[in-house]
Design a protein around this ligand. Sequence first.
Ligand SMILES: [Zn+2]
Length: 153
Amino acid sequence: MDCCTVSKNNTKEVAITECPSCNEEGKTVQLITIKSLLIASALEIIEPENSYVFCSNAACSIVYFSGNHSQTFMENDLKVPVYPKNQGADVPVCYCFNWTRERLIHSIGTNQGPSHQIKVHVQAGRCGCEVNNPQGTCCLGNVNAFLRSIKEV
Ligand SMILES: [Zn+2]
């Protein structure tokens, strides 16, 4: 057993996935995601036996909450700006390959679109969404939705 392994029973409590603030359904993230992205003072209080859920509602300030609603984390508890909470132009939509809103906007009309480039990297196994993206999942859906939204303007 290595030093970081702690004995635990695998009987997780049933997690609530509705955000305690906005009541929207969130998505459970892996522990490795919040461990990678929380700042030290937030990481020091997490309860690894809990499950944690990401709230993707842009209008809600809660980024993560625990499955028993005992803890909530805001954007300033993370090391990175959080898409889609933060509306800044320099916020990454794709964290692994650093496609910010601004870079995506500038890519419009170029030959090799960003979603194609990102897809190539994903297929080559180069992405690390679970440790880079606060949502802990592949960013391609967000990239495509964002590109659609700016083309419609
Ligand atoms: Zn929320």
